[in-house]
Design a protein around this ligand. Structure first.
Ligand SMILES: C[S@@+](CC[C@H](N)C(=O)[O-])C[C@H]1O[C@@H](n2cnc3c(N)ncnc32)[C@H](O)[C@@H]1O
Length: 231
């Protein structure tokens, strides 16, 4: 399968691993909020997972320790990522199915799941596509289910060009553990493909689709965890 350029950057998984290790995207705080959200919603109850844009699943797999995962279904456009995901998810004792496909196609084809999880992938969709995502996600959430969206959002009133400028500055000034070439590759990817929305837009789209946003974890102005349940 040919991979679009938006995905080719993520062949550089060791660059992304450095970003995660240095916590530049607040994965640690978001990870704690994910575990708290799963505990609150499911407790000891077994739940099925649909992970869209799962990447290498390196940050998500360890968070599932101790939970009663019934099944895990992951989708990503990158074959390289899925190969790594298979290894990273090998500790799960439930069935694991990984598919190389677009996240919307996977969502449309899937049975209802208890947890739909999308981490740092939805911001690649246009505003109209995101509204479509929420409409289908609402249909594919099993009763008592949870949609967890970890992603970058724009501040309220911040335009996309202003966000991209500010994020480029953040990349240059804060992500000091990266090589110049790595920062350049990330910057090029962000400028070409990132289309984050303000939180209010995501909330409104979700509400139109019959989803209610719970309290959001906001470890940083742009890096958030947004939980949704059926209204
Ligand atoms: C920043 S990585 C995040 C990976 C993982 N979810 C995480 O949080 O660590 C974004 C992932 O989304 C995938 N991706 C981007 N657009 C996609 C799409 N339309 N359908 C499926 N996967 C997509 C990329 O291949 C990449 O693996």
């Amino acid at each position: 399968m040919n991979e679009p350029a938006a995905v080719r950057f993520f062949h550089v998984w060791d660059t992304y691993a450095k970003v995660v290790a240095a916590n530049y995207m607040f994965h640690q705080e978001i990870g704690q909020a994910i575990k708290a959200g799963l505990r609150d919603r499911f407790g000891a109850r077994p739940f099925s997972i649909l992970d869209l844009g799962c990447g290498d699943a390196a940050t998500f797999a360890p968070l599932l320790d101790g939970f009663a995962v019934k099944s895990y279904r992951g989708a990503d456009l990158s074959e390289a990522a899925l190969t790594l995901a298979r290894q990273n998810l090998s500790g799960l004792s439930c069935p694991v199915v990984l598919t190389q496909t677009d996240l919307m196609s996977e969502l449309e084809a899937a049975e209802p799941h208890d947890l739909i999880y999308v981490s740092f992938a939805l911001h690649h969709l246009t505003t109209v596509q995101k509204a479509g995502f929420f409409r289908v996600a609402s249909q594919k959430l099993a009763p008592g289910g949870l949609l967890l969206l970890a992603d970058v959002v724009r501040e309220e009133g911040e335009s996309l060009p202003d966000y991209l400028d500010a994020y480029s500055n953040y990349l240059r000034e804060a992500m000091v553990a990266l090589e110049d070439a790595e920062r350049d590759a990330i910057r090029e990817h962000i400028l070409s493909f990132d289309l984050p929305e303000p939180c209010s837009v995501l909330r409104a789209q979700a509400e139109s689709a019959g989803l209610h946003m719970l309290d959001a974890a906001a470890p940083h102005k742009w890096h958030r965890l947004l939980p949704f349940v059926k209204a």
